[in-house]
Design a protein around this ligand. Sequence first.
Ligand code: PHB
Length: 372
Amino acid sequence: MTEKENEEVMPLLTPYNMGNFNLSHRIILAPLSRSRSYNFVAQPHAALYYSQRTTKGGFLIGEASGVSETAQGYPNTPGIWTREQVEGWKPIVSAVHEKGGTFFCQLWHAGRVSDHSFQPDGQAPISCTDKRIQKDISNSAAATNRYTPPRPLRTNEIPMIVNDFRIAAKNAIEAGFDGVEIHGANGYLLDQFLKDKVNDRDDEYGGNIQNRCRFPLQVVKAIVDEIGADKVGVRLSPFADYNDCGDSDPQALGIYMAQSLSQLGILYCHVIEPRMVTQFQKFDTKWSLMPIRKAFNGTFIVAGGYNRSEGNQVIASGDADLVAYGRLFLANPDLPTRFEVDAELNEPDPNTFYTHDPVIGYTDYPFLQSAS
Ligand code: PHB
């Protein structure tokens, strides 16, 4: 195929019906923590950030939002458990809707990726285990010094955490979000239960795959019952061991989750590519997401270092329905337009990913027409 013919096809720019949501293209904003939500409340400047990245018919997933006062582990990430937090999100969601976007809220609990300074009354963070994280997502052993040894949840406490997720989902809908994505990836609380290198429980929430998946699936079921399966997605990273959270049989884990999520009838499954062994680099791997894709009936979203041509390929081959772009979308608010005309891309600046300025590294990446 010539370059010209390739341009004409542009699979990433074809429409796609994701359940009730009629998307005009396949380039979606990945959930990205931006650490600009002071005092855990999403701020007005986020309205500009998200609306810059909105296209008519585009799909955006919001940054990880804590579901309860025990859920936080980093400074200035938003929450969705208090009235003030729900009110904070409303104008942001409206700004996305005004431009014709579909916007989901990512629901998150950090679990042991936290320290006592983030916890009510300075308590220990909660997890499935009492094992302390040894290397966090930055892959730096030094950065993990701050993490406090976690406290394993008692069996009879788990329904309370399920309930926190349920209420957070209800709050997200009240804030105007079109749906929620449950964060089951990257070594945070739900992933801590899923993965056998962390989960060392001997109750019905530990041991075999079925038991390790029980709590995350109870969270999904509670949210499905609360807001409807047609508004629920789940993000998974079975192959990653970010935040010291790996599994000895990631493919079996991914397939079991995909089958169970299909039974619950959720809208989409969003999975991080096995090649993302570290956050920022792609590695060769023998693994593929295909068995997981085949085990899931709904919309399948892939993420993990995709560029324009890889995105077009994965859509054209049918291996995915949608592609989530993180760093490229962060640095290029008009990413779909840039892909359409095959324009040069702004380089993301990792130094400002998680800084707290309301403009710098956040809403000041130039659009195509203003790029020098
Ligand atoms: C992640 O999913 O990797 C993640 C979530 C929340 C953060 C940072 C990273 O604040």
